[in-house]
Write a protein that binds this ligand. Sequence first.
Ligand SMILES: [Zn+2]
Length: 308
Amino acid sequence: MQDSLQKFMFEHAGVRGELVEISNTWQQILSRQNYPQAVKTILGELTAASALLSANLKFDGTMIMQIHGDGPLKLLVVECNDKLHIRATAKLAPDAVISDDATLADLIHAHGQGRFVITLDPNDKLPGQQAYQGIVPIDGDSIAVIIENYMMRSEQLDTKLWLAADDTVARGMLLQKLPKHGGIESTVEDEAEAWNRAVVLGSTLKQDELLTTDIETLLHRLFWEETIRVFEPQHPEFHCNCTREKVGDMLRMLGETEINTAVEELGKLDIHCDFCGKHYGFDKVDCAQLFVANTLVEATSIVSQSKH
Ligand SMILES: [Zn+2]
């Protein structure tokens, strides 16, 4: 079974929706590390939310959601691009003890210092162009509410989210009021009413129903009385874009002295990717080469400068 994201639209109502079911991808994310249950829930919900929001990206690129927690959960990262290629990981504080019923605040905002950042990173950035970053205030007790508030404030878009995740699946639903609906006869009141109606219907969805029901059934069960236009489904997939070159760049940024000391001590650096689990080994020769290349470039530029 492929993972699926289903977009739909309420005819004559100016409301759009999406349902997403992430199972294969979610299994691959979970296979890297043994997370406590409460962490699985929040990482899964964030993964579903990231697919729902990325499906409406207006550019080719990646949406990166990052939460830097101040409690037992130090970091959550979910990346999803316009093709719905997803990777995600979480990092716990050393010796973190996390109970199954830990709340979102317990995990990431225990001292009011948690930070949630959404970055939109286009593929075709011009040299020097920065990715767009938005700070998402942690002002709700669930990922859904926090993102709903953020969408309202940053995009002025009425958005409702339902998210759920367990050991096998992450599912989510999004409803969004379209900013300008073209219908000549529809008034502001009509549109507000249509939006309210969609939200009332959506709100009959219960958490365990979302966890246990496939999205095709959910779509029918929730909105069977509405005239709904359904689009071709899209298919989220796990994909990690780590490479040996990127790891090399990261090591280079740490500095030659730092790396030499480390490789001297350990004999070999074994860097592993938190997203996909791939290992990259750098022995003394590899490490030396990281910096030789730099020296060569510098030497070349000195030579070319001295020619003038
Ligand atoms: Zn990787």
